[in-house]
Design a protein. Sequence first.
Length: 94
Amino acid sequence: MHAVADNFTTTVSERLADALRRRWGVFRSPAKMLARAIGHDPRACQNWLSANNAPHLAHVIELMADDPHVEEVILDLVRDRRAARGKSHADDHA
C-alpha cells in the first residue's frame, strides 16, 4: 500500500510542478513571482516548481483559484485516483 501512496504522491508533485512551470516558468524568478501571487514563501514555491514537495491543501486551493490549468490538473488527478480505485464520482453519491 505504501508503494502505491508513494507513487501517487510523486505523480501529484510532478504533475502539479508541470502545471506551475507552464504558468510561472516564463518569468525570470518564477518562485518569487509565484510566492508573491499567492502570499507564500519563495523557498516553498521553488520546491513546488521543482516537484520536491507538493503544497498543503490551502495553497492547492489558492493555486486552483489562480489558474484554471492548475485546477484542471488537480481534477484530473482526482479522476485518475478514483479510476485506480475502481470508483466513480456517482458512486460517492449513491
